[in-house]
Design a protein around this ligand. Structure first.
Ligand SMILES: [Zn+2]
Length: 288
């Protein structure tokens, strides 16, 4: 099944956070939730593009979707499942865990799981916190994720960043305090620092060769599977511009959008990719 030009034999986990451009946390001050239903949506077009790319590369992935999106685009969600991909949860309305108390958080992730399972008729095993918003001061979130019957979380990016990140968290899959499996976004360790190797704005900012080198190091030096993520809006240079952003936010959101598709196509060709549940829940790491 795997082509011979794959440069590493480790199977990595590819993930997509299914939200639209106007639901990004960094844009929230300019885009109140109450205005979401009036916005021009781009997610269907972008998911179509992603499904085509994955099909071309003979790869499958895990889609962490918002309940809000699944309610509006049930056909799109069922189409994703029909292509063999895993559906997981990104919460209902993209609230950061840090803005919710324990009860509201539990209600949000239960609602998202119920909506996603109802729409797709398949079990939702995974959860990813919006903006990687589980940190040292809200570890209780892991209790809630287990209580809501999820089997794994992928909510930590062990890097130093002004909006998220737990730089001293374990770099590879570990049992959180409740025993729930946490599968962090991938970093590579160079000069005693964790550097982001698992996607996000960094993937658009850095030359592709650097991203490839980082993931190769994880596969060949650490001998671990990488976990990589991106968003549908990152492949969409034509998305409507949100006015009123400060210079840093504007740069981070719009930089190199026009290069993302080609870079992702190279990433799909250069490494082996599969769903999170197959890579991490099968008892031992998979090797092709
Ligand atoms: Zn998100």
């Amino acid at each position: 099944m795997r082509e011979s030009n794959h440069q590493s034999r480790v199977v990595n986990a590819l993930t997509i956070d299914v939200e639209d451009y106007f639901q990004v946390s960094a844009l929230a001050p300019q885009v109140p939730r109450a205005s979401w239903h009036n916005r021009q949506c781009r997610v269907e077009r972008n998911i179509d593009l992603i499904l085509g790319m994955l099909s071309d590369a003979n790869s499958v992935a895990t889609f962490f979707a918002l309940g809000w999106i699944a309610e509006r685009y049930p056909q799109m969600m069922r189409h994703i499942v029909a292509q063999g991909h895993e559906i997981a949860s990104h919460g209902y309305a993209h609230h950061r865990v840090s803005e919710l108390g324990r009860d509201a958080f539990l209600a949000d992730i239960r609602l998202a799981k119920a909506v996603l399972e109802d729409v797709t008729s398949s079990e939702v095993k995974g959860y990813r916190a919006p903006s990687f918003s589980i940190g040292s001061d809200n570890q209780w979130a892991f209790d809630c994720i287990a209580e809501a019957d999820y089997r794994y979380s992928s909510s930590i990016y062990p890097v130093r960043h002004d909006h998220y990140g737990v730089p001293d968290a374990p770099r590879f899959a570990y049992a959180s305090r409740t025993g729930l499996l946490e599968i962090p976004i991938t970093t590579t360790r160079i000069l005693r620092r964790n550097l982001p190797a698992g996607g996000g704005g960094y993937f658009r900012l850095m030359p592709y060769a650097i991203s490839r080198w980082f993931i190769r190091r994880v596969n060949q030096v650490d001998r671990e599977s990488a976990v990589f993520y991106f968003h549908p809006w990152e492949l969409d240079p034509e998305q409507p511009r949100v006015p009123g952003l400060d210079a840093k936010t504007r740069f981070r959101h719009y930089v190199n959008l026009k290069h993302t598709e080609q870079r992702l196509r190279r990433l799909l060709a250069d490494f082996c990719w599969d769903r999170v549940d197959r890579v991490f829940l099968t008892g031992s790491k998979q090797w092709s």
